[in-house]
Design a protein around this ligand. Structure first.
Ligand code: ASP
Length: 447
């Protein structure tokens, strides 16, 4: 490896679109003969630290590293690591990244855990799925498969269906689709809609807004009256217009990305009437060019009879996990060159940080800063938007409103929309949710 700062893949936004396309061209080459690349990463060691169950992600990463000629060390269960003895993730990755391994792949039940791992490890960290937050390498496989099928990503109409709330694969995929200029149709199982922070990020970072969508009769998808939404970067509407009276009519579906109900993250909610892809649905006219995608594992949401339909591509998504992950690891280890520019500021990197007041907590109870990292890591926020101020957690992306803005030099605070607040220079601002919080931190009300 050279002297360039290490690169991590915590969020799909850590790679630019151009980098992703170059990685895909390398994946194409790797796919031609997976067995002929065993000199590329000879001598490198990958550690997989998987504190949640996995089949495809871990095995395809391990296979990818072995095919690149490197070695693998694995901790595949929390109970077999010192995490079970109360060790922090920060300490674990500090030790494993370095003498033990040159690259780490981490899966963890807490949202934001991959960012913490990236912050403390001295070697590149790849997010293998952190809570309900993101699963960026699944997205690389999904995008690659879809791009290979359709020849392009821009302008596609992609339906995201099922448990949009707790599926991390959905969140990363939605960010990437928006960035590549695809349109998204959401068909959630009622109560499992796309979370607000995800919609806010789509809006703030990619200019995506939503209108109600009509998709006609899709047997088995039980689209509720107002539940389908069409998310597109090209329409000047606000998120609040979800229930607009003139819905966008979807005439052609390019892909349906189905997800299972993430039962391990629910508190026993019933999923009766959960959407299901059946041979009947495949006959609908709007489905003629549709590809059926799924990150797997499938439970009951795609009929087995649909497997033999040539439009079903979910096993290909899993198969392509090996060449795509080979390309990613070879890149992060400096074994292949990529000319494309990296993102200006990695969206999920600490970047410009703002205090939200000492003691302010991330509003997401699943965030790692509210669980194990509470011992060593204060919550930190970045500005998502200024008018009105919305802060997002630097680890899990959850957002919170800030009603008051303080000045670190005068130690005075003002309402966010006052003239005095607007005069405070960006670098001197500190944001508070309440006046009480400002006072606790020693600020007094501005005159
Ligand atoms: N395997 C994917 C994940 O780990 C999808 C799923 O479990 O439903 O998120």
């Amino acid at each position: 490896m050279g002297t360039a700062p290490k690169r991590d893949l915590v969020s799909i936004d850590d790679l630019s679109c151009a980098e992703i396309m170059e990685l895909f061209r390398h994946a194409d080459q790797f796919r031609e003969d997976l067995r002929s690349w065993s000199d590329l990463c000879r001598g490198s060691i990958m550690a997989t630290l998987f504190l949640e169950p996995s089949t495809r992600t871990r095995l395809s990463f391990e296979s990818a590293m072995l095919r690149l000629g490197g070695g693998v060390v694995t901790a595949a269960e929390a109970s077999s690591t010192s995490q079970a003895k109360g060790e922090s993730l920060a300490d674990t990755v500090r030790v494993v990244g370095g003498a033990y391994a040159d690259i780490l792949v981490v899966r963890h039940p807490c949202d934001g855990a991959a960012r913490v791992a990236a912050q403390y490890a001295s070697v590149p960290v790849i997010n293998g799925g952190d809570g309900v937050h993101e699963h960026p390498t699944q997205t690389l496989c999904d995008l690659y498969t879809l791009w290979r099928e359709k020849g392009e990503l821009e302008g596609l109409d992609v339906v995201l269906c099922g448990d949009l709330r707790f599926s991390r694969t959905i969140h990363s995929f939605a960010y990437a689709l928006a960035r590549f200029g695809a349109n998204i149709v959401t068909i959630p199982y009622p109560g499992f809609e796309m979370p607000k922070p995800v919609l806010e990020r789509l809006d703030a970072e990619f200019g995506v807004s939503a209108v109600a969508a009509s998709v006609g009769d899709l047997p088995g998808l039980a689209v509720g009256d107002n539940s389908a939404a069409y998310l597109t970067a090209s329409r000047p509407h606000q998120l609040a217009l979800f229930t607009r009276l003139t819905p966008h009519h979807v005439e052609r579906i390019d892909a349906i990305y189905m997800t299972r109900a993430q039962r391990e993250r629910h508190s026993g909610q019933s999923t009766e009437g959960y959407p299901r892809i059946s041979t009947e649905l495949m006959k609908a006219d709007v489905m003629r060019d549709a590809r059926i995608m799924h990150p797997l594992p499938r439970t009951d949401e795609i009929e087995y009879e649909v497997d033999s339909d040539p439009r079903s591509i979910y096993f290909r998504q899993a198969e392509f996990g090996v060449p795509v992950r080979m390309a990613l690891m070879a890149y992060l280890l400096g074994a292949i060159e990529i000319e494309a520019e990296s993102p200006e500021q990695f969206a999920s990197s600490p970047g410009r940080r703002f205090g939200a007041g000492v003691g302010a907590l991330c509003p997401n109870e699943r965030c790692i800063t509210n669980s194990e990292a509470v011992r060593y890591l204060p919550a930190e926020f970045r500005i998502r938007r200024e008018d009105p101020p919305v802060l997002s957690c630097a680890y899990c992306g959850a957002s919170r409103r800030a009603e008051w803005i303080g000045c670190v030099t005068s130690r005075r605070y003002h309402r966010w929309d006052s003239g005095d607040a607007r005069k405070i220079k960006a670098e001197n601002r500190v944001y508070f949710e309440s006046e009480e919080q400002a006072r606790v931190e020693g600020y007094s009300v501005g005159r």
